[in-house]
Design a protein around this ligand. Structure first.
Ligand code: MN
Length: 259
């Protein structure tokens, strides 16, 4: 049997489970809210063209209105000034869009402290147990935040001081960017950076350092609880928006189950 036939058999017999990591896209899908004076993205919207009516008697279709960074989406390196000469979302090497996925779970700590920041030592401890972060792989940072994704208020968790959502320290972001062979960082929150990241040095360190190093971001993931710490494969499929800085994406994981 060919490799691909074996894969298809494994999927049909559930020895390989396909897990959808993508948040549903609706007008209520939470989007980032930047403070004044910055401009914000639009929410997702459907605009009906026809629905089996006089505008098109036998067909239904919509225009979509969306930002590049709406819902589960990819940040391309050129999204940030530090990566402005890097690839746009249409230029991402396909080899970076399918790769090994590893899950680092800090759900308990993020539940205690919504401003929790991952440190280098946390990743080193994870590596001591599970092995090195994979070459060309995606670090999927599980914080439990996906359980809030149905409610924009809880998901963005903002007060007068700004948003309180977990993320990664500047030191750890720099280390992930420069010292690891990852292709990308995936998170459950609205962006790869913590809610408090405007106050870090540099501000928005995951964006500044990871995108500056040619790595990608991936946001608003769900169902990371269904993935093992190591051994799964992620398939990330942003639209090839020429010149784009990112794209809504379907993110799927292939997970081997005991036969
Ligand atoms: Mn983004």
């Amino acid at each position: 049997m060919s490799l691909l036939s074996e894969l298809l058999t494994a999927i049909s017999t559930k020895r390989v489970e396909v897990v959808d990591l993508t948040a549903p896209l609706t007008p209520n899908t939470p989007v980032l809210q930047l403070p004044e004076p910055f401009s914000n993205t639009i929410s997702f919207q459907l605009e009906e063209i026809s629905r089996y009516d006089e505008r098109g008697p036998r067909w239904y279709w919509n225009n979509i209105h969306t930002g590049e960074h709406t819902g589960t989406h990819v940040d391309a390196p050129n999204h940030w000034i530090s990566g402005k000469d890097g690839p746009d979302v249409a230029q991402l090497p396909l080899g970076t869009l399918i790769g090994p996925a590893v899950v680092l779970d800090v759900t308990d700590r993020a539940a205690e402290d919504p401003d929790f920041l991952l440190e280098i030592d946390d990743v080193r401890r994870w590596e001591a147990e599970h092995g090195a972060l994979p070459d060309g792989g995606w670090l999927l940072y599980r914080t439990g935040w996906d359980t809030r994704s149905g409610n924009a208020g809880e998901f963005l968790n903002a007060d007068e001081k700004g948003s309180h959502t977990p993320g990664i320290s500047a030191e750890c972001a720099r280390w992930l960017a420069d010292e690891t062979p990852l292709a990308g960082l995936g998170v459950e929150t609205v962006g790869t950076d913590a809610g408090g990241a405007p106050a870090l040095d540099p501000p928005f360190p995951c964006h500044e350092l990871l995108l500056g190093a040619g790595k990608c971001g991936l946001t608003q993931l769900q169902n990371l609880a269904k993935l093992p710490p190591t051994g799964s494969v992620i398939v990330v499929s942003p639209l090839p928006i020429v010149g784009g800085s990112g794209s809504p994406a379907r993110a799927l994981a292939l997970v081997e189950r005991d036969g």
